[in-house]
Every structure is written in C-alpha cells, then in structure tokens.
Design a protein around this ligand. Structure first.
Ligand SMILES: [Zn+2]
Length: 281
C-alpha cells in the first residue's frame, strides 16, 4: 500500500488538492467498490508515458488529472480547434487524421497506451493541426492543457518523454504516408489491425468496414475485399462490426514492412527500460 499513498508529495507548484484517500474515494462512482476504483485511478500505469515518469513526478501530474471513458467515434478535437485537454490513454485508442476537405480525412497516426494526445499544445501550438477521433473505446486520464503546460515546463523528464513521443509520432506519420502510397490494401489492413491490437492490448475490437475505409483512405469495397481475403486465410474473423484476430503470427506475416518500422521505435524501448527500472525501486 505504500506505493498507493506515498504521502507527503513535494511538487514544484502549490497543490490545488492534496492526494488523500478521502479525495480518491470522493472520485469513486457510487456504484463501484471504492477501494478498487481508487486503485484504478492512482495506478494508471497502463499508459507507458506516465509509467516512465519518476514516481514523485507522476503523482504531481496525477493531482491535475481525472479518469475519463472515451466512447467509440468520440471527437476529442478537430483540426484548427483549441486543445483544451491532453489525454493519456490506458486501454483506449485515438486516431489522428489530416482533413483534406469536409468530406475526406485520412488517418496519419494512432495513439494508445504508449503515449499522449494533445502533444502539439506542449510544443507551443494552442490549436490542433490534426483531428483526434476515438477509434477504440476505453479508459484514459485527462488533464487540462494549461495545467499540462505548467507541469511540462517544470519537468525535464516529462519534456524528454514528450520529445521522444513527438519523434515517434513524426516517424509514424511519415511511414503511414509512404504506406498509403506504395503498399496494397490487404497488407495495410493487416498492419492497421496489428497496430490497433498492440495499442488496445486485445485481439477483439469493434470496427465497421465503413470506419476502416475512412481510416485507410480507400473505398469501402476495397476494405471488404481485403478483409474477406484475410478471413479466407483464417487470419481474422468478423461479424457485424466485431473483428477478431485469430492468427497473430499469420497476420504479422501478411502485414507490410511498415508494421515493424512503426512498432519497434527506439523511444519505446527507452520507455520500457525506464518502466522496468521504476518497478525495481
Ligand atoms: Zn505499409
């Protein structure tokens, strides 16, 4: 229990709240067991970026965060909109899309438990250059963008992690652009499903062919044919919007090379090593 309530916490700024059991329990929904929910709130270490922070810095950030549930299809912000919150997904997944015109938008990146959404605000841009759309429902931690900016200025570790994620996201956007130009739909779909699996941490998720066609920037019939081909090879199965990966190794073999390039960046190994070091403390 010491890891749950390591009081007192010394943060750089005066606390707006004190992290006490009373506060944690006050945040607990009436229909949930208070202790189990408090643990869930205090330990959102499913998010790799938060988990990589030193414990005292993590708890300082926690002072300004709140747990939220993100719904499938929820628009967090659109292109050009002011970023009011930054999000740290736990088991949710957010697509980042570039908007071509009112009818067309193309996914250029996705962020799950490995990172945060709203990174442009930390870098000094109040308005988002991309659309942020939830494509995997689940839990996340939310923090006001203005409070995040303050914490960001005070923490060199947080700055380093955000810069690493920025580098990874830029790499992902560049790789996705090349993938959209050079690789076949079936291989792209396999890559996209694997990336979704990795970030959601599960092999079954709810996705329609129409949504997939929007994400991949191809006609719906193209997605239907590609999904059917993967299903015939017993790599995936789907029924009424529920897709499941039934042969992960086979799907990885069918994915384009972009999957490996996007999935194993240097920054992720850095975060993993950092997290392991913390767990030993
Ligand atoms: Zn590719």
């Amino acid at each position: 229990m010491n890891r749950i309530f390591p009081l007192p916490i010394q943060c750089g700024q005066p606390h707006r709240h004190s992290l006490t059991a009373d506060r944690l329990f006050a945040l607990t929904p009436l229909n949930a067991h208070p202790l189990s929910n408090a643990l869930e709130f205090v330990e959102p270490t499913a998010n790799a970026l938060l988990a990589a922070l030193p414990r005292h810095e993590y708890f300082c950030l926690l002072e300004d965060m709140e747990p939220v549930h993100l719904a499938f299809g929820e628009l967090l912000y659109d292109t050009g909109e002011t970023v009011r919150y930054v999000f740290f997904p736990n088991d949710s997944l957010i697509s980042l899309l570039t908007v071509v015109d009112p009818q067309h938008a193309l996914e250029v990146g996705m962020v799950g438990r490995e990172g945060m959404v709203g990174i442009s605000y930390a870098l000094g841009m109040r308005r988002s250059p991309l659309r942020a759309l939830v494509h995997g429902a689940g839990a996340a931690m939310r923090m006001s963008a203005s409070r995040f900016r303050i914490q960001f200025r005070q923490s060199e570790t947080l700055q380093r992690l955000v810069h690493l994620q920025t580098q990874a996201l830029l790499s992902q956007i560049a790789q996705t652009a090349a993938c959209n130009r050079f690789h076949m739909i079936e291989a792209r779909l396999a890559r996209w499903l694997l990336m979704t699996r990795d970030r959601l941490g599960k092999t079954e998720f709810r996705l329609t062919h129409e949504f997939l066609s929007e994400m991949l920037g191809v006609r719906r019939v193209g997605v239907t044919n590609a999904a059917h081909a993967l299903k015939l090879r017993h790599l995936i199965d789907y029924h009424r919007g529920d897709i499941s990966i039934i042969d992960s190794a086979g799907l990885e073999a069918s994915a384009c090379t972009c999957y490996r390039r996007i999935t194993a960046p240097v920054w992720q190994r850095s975060l993993t090593a950092k997290k392991s070091a913390q767990l030993i403390c």
